[in-house]
Design a protein around this ligand. Structure first.
Ligand code: AMO
Length: 444
């Protein structure tokens, strides 16, 4: 029976000298005269193999680094071996030999290889435990997102990524030839999640790819990313969404801390304290600008741009003791057409015109979420479209959702790669994508 690397010590303790099988990749080889030590890597970790003198000297038993091998031997405790155990090998089979011309050393610190080389040889970079750790953390993030929302009576949906029109106001769309017409790759499941609220599910979420034809090449942009979306009916303002996101993020952080401590350790990273997340500050857009400018020791920031996001997070960390800050009540001009306006007469608006019931969440210097309440009134929507340069006839599909009764509702979306990036302290969001797409890269 195959024993995983992480189970080998237990096998040595309990199986009383019985043979065990192991299989995986040749991570490292150390020659000590007749004896050869091989570190074998499998999905669970690394275990030391000791190749006997006879095996060590036989040419066929010296597989190249990264070859896939299967071995049999006796597990034995040894304090000096990594993990305190080794497998004393009596037979070895090469299942698939690796060519000797590895483009870089998989067993080194691959993150220092450079992003392009890492992405060019993705199969190899992903073999490195530190790189693979990124995607183990990401898997927990997605799982915890889904589990928390299910616990709150949300239903998971999967919607089409091919659309007849843009969901975010018509810019940054990838066009696709679709039989004899032109369609687009979905920029977000915005329309569909709203449809599902109107269709009576009330609370829905989706985790799926979305596409943005943004030309810039920055450490925070991907042209395809995983959007973790939710939408819920019967809310009054963005405050309920912020409250939900705090609980959701606290649940995600808790789960990452619980399941991924080895992965966090590899990156020397930690998640915020879930209790502090629940108390994260919420500041209005106007207040946020003042805070950012005070941090910048000037008044040069006129927008919550990437620099302001970093200043706001510095402030939240220093003054509020948490790596997270919510900014709400964005001006209308900064939000998509579907955002619900805050009535100028309302006490929250404080007399200011053209604000919205919307918010962003900033985490460790980066926007990870946008959301808000939506305009659900058919007439109000139709009237607002021209202000955003949109025509009612182009938006017929969207408008139809609101024609036959739609509850007040809202939602938000978290960028999965950005959240992963910031949890682990990665320099570039592309590192948090298995197969990132940018202006130049569409392979592998
Ligand atoms: P928005 O366009 O702000 O909002 O996107 C939501 C979140 O998605 C992430 N994100 C990106 N991640 C990587 N590369 C990109 N190019 C990129 N663009 C966005 C960010 C961002 O906060 N429909 C609304 C959400 C809603 O209101 O429900 C939307 O898509 O983390």
């Amino acid at each position: 029976m195959r024993v995983l690397a992480k189970e080998m010590a237990e096998a040595a303790r309990t199986r009383g000298g019985e043979e065990a099988e192991a299989a995986g990749w040749v991570h490292r080889i150390r020659d000590m005269g007749g004896i050869r030590f091989v570190l074998l890597r499998d999905r669970s970790g690394i275990v030391q193999l000791v190749l006997s003198e006879e095996l060590g000297s036989a040419g066929k038993s010296a597989p190249a680094l990264e070859s896939v091998i299967a071995v049999r031997g006796i597990p034995a405790l040894n304090e000096k071996a990594p993990g305190g155990v080794e497998l004393r090998v009596s037979s070895l089979e090469t299942l698939s030999a690796a060519a000797p011309d590895l483009p870089y050393q998989v067993n080194g610190d691959v993150s220092k290889t450079g992003l392009e080389a890492m992405l060019d040889h993705r199969t190899l970079s992903l073999r490195n435990p530190k790189i693979r750790a990124i995607f183990k953390v990401q898997s927990t993030i997605i799982d915890a997102f889904q589990a928390y929302l299910r616990s709150q009576d949300f239903t998971e949906i999967k919607t089409s990524k091919i659309t007849g029109s843009g969901a975010e106001g018509g810019t940054n769309l990838f066009e696709v030839e679709y039989f004899d017409r032109r369609v687009y790759l979905a920029q977000s499941p915005q329309l569909y999640k709203q449809i599902m609220v109107a269709a009576g599910l009330e609370r829905v979420f989706e985790v799926g790819p979305v596409y943005r034809a943004e030309k810039h090449d920055t450490p925070r942009h991907l042209n395809e990313y995983i959007s973790m979306d939710l939408e819920m009916g019967f809310i009054e303002s963005e405050a309920e969404l912020i409250d939900l996101e705090k609980k959701l993020l606290a649940a995600i952080f808790e789960e990452v801390a619980r399941r991924n401590s080895p992965e966090l350790e590899l990156w020397n990273a930690s998640v915020p304290d879930p209790a502090a997340v629940l108390k994260a500050p919420v500041v209005t857009y106007e207040e946020a600008l003042k805070i950012a400018n005070a941090e910048a020791q000037g008044s040069r920031l006129f927008d919550i741009n990437p620099e302001a996001e970093r200043f706001l997070c510095d402030w939240a960390r220093r003054d509020q003791g948490v790596d997270l800050v919510f900014v709400n009540r964005f001006p209308r001009r900064r939000r998509p057409f579907y955002t619900y306006p805050l009535a100028a007469s309302s006490p929250e608006a404080g007399g200011a015109a053209a604000l919205t019931m919307s918010f962003d969440c900033l985490f460790r210097g980066l926007e990870i979420t946008s959301g808000g309440r939506r305009q659900h009134d058919y007439q109000a929507l139709v009237e607002s479209l021209p202000k955003f340069g949109l025509k009612a006839e182009d938006m017929a599909g969207y408008l139809a959702v609101f024609k036959y009764g739609c509850p007040p509702h809202g939602g938000f979306a978290i960028g999965c790669e950005r959240l992963t990036q910031k949890i682990l302290g990665l320099q570039n969001v592309k590192e948090a994508s298995l197969f990132p797409r940018d202006r130049k890269r569409v392979e592998p």
